[in-house]
Design a protein. Structure first.
Length: 245
């Protein structure tokens, strides 16, 4: 049996053929968070979307212990475009841009030398519950990516073609004006279709994120990339599984 395997390997080399064993490509998990806040909101949905700061810090410590680096979605998109497949990497994303993004999440990320992508709905910036433009500028200066999550957090698939262009485009225009041109998008409610993907391309986005579970293993469909949700109930063991391909 061993002789046969050696003979086959020799024939492969001799004939210049690639070995029949496919080289596994490691994916990059893109993790989806919402809030990290010591104040737990009432109601089951708000509660499940809010992590205790200590739990989030334990996750950052776990990543550091296991030498898993954090990269922004923009950087992952660039790497994949170049044909690279980063290993031992993860993308942390935070949706909705609540004030805790600036006040709790960013200081913890900085403490661990980590980076993340924050997806904000431009129409809510600075309304008292959400981070202000000044806070978003400070976050960006600390190496964080600020991407688009719509103007009023609307499901693009529920809108007319013009409505979707206004909802998504309004965010791109506002960020370009008050911050810097965004390069990636996270769909509110996670939904998209072929015409929404085309809209993303026309808006100049490099990539867009859904809520379809999975790790990013290719850039074949850059406007339908998967993400894994991290909620309050995720203990460190389940976080470890979600943060590795
Ligand atoms: Zn959202």
């Amino acid at each position: 049996m061993i002789r046969l395997a050696l003979l086959l390997a020799f024939l492969c080399v001799a004939l210049g053929a690639a070995p029949a064993v496919a080289r596994p490509i490691e994916g990059v998990p893109v993790l989806m968070y919402h809030k990290v806040d010591p104040h737990t909101p009432p109601g089951p949905v708000g509660r499940s979307l809010t992590l205790e700061p200590a739990a989030f810090e334990a996750q950052l410590a776990w990543l550091r212990t296991h030498a898993i680096r954090t990269m922004t979605m923009n950087d992952l998109a660039d790497a994949l475009k170049r044909g690279e497949h980063p290993r031992n990497a993860v993308v942390l994303t935070f949706d909705d841009g609540y004030s805790d993004a600036a006040e709790v999440v960013t200081p913890l990320l900085r403490k661990y030398g980590a980076r993340a992508s924050f997806y904000i709905s431009a129409g809510f910036v600075g309304d008292g519950r959400h981070a202000s433009w000044a806070q978003l500028r400070t976050m960006r200066a600390a190496g964080m990516e600020i991407g688009c999550h719509g103007t009023h957090h609307l499901d693009l698939t529920h809108l007319s073609r013009t409505g979707a262009a206004r909802e998504a485009g309004g965010c791109v225009v506002a960020l370009s004006r008050y911050l810097s041109p965004p390069t990636t998008y996270a769909y509110a409610a996670g939904r998209w279709n072929a015409s929404i993907a085309d809209l993303m391309r026309r808006l100049g986005m490099k990539a867009a994120l859904t809520e379809r579970p999975g790790a990013v293993t290719s850039f074949a469909a850059p406007y339908a990339l998967p993400r894994r949700r991290i909620d309050r109930s995720a203990g460190l063991a389940s976080f470890a599984a979600l943060a590795t391909p």
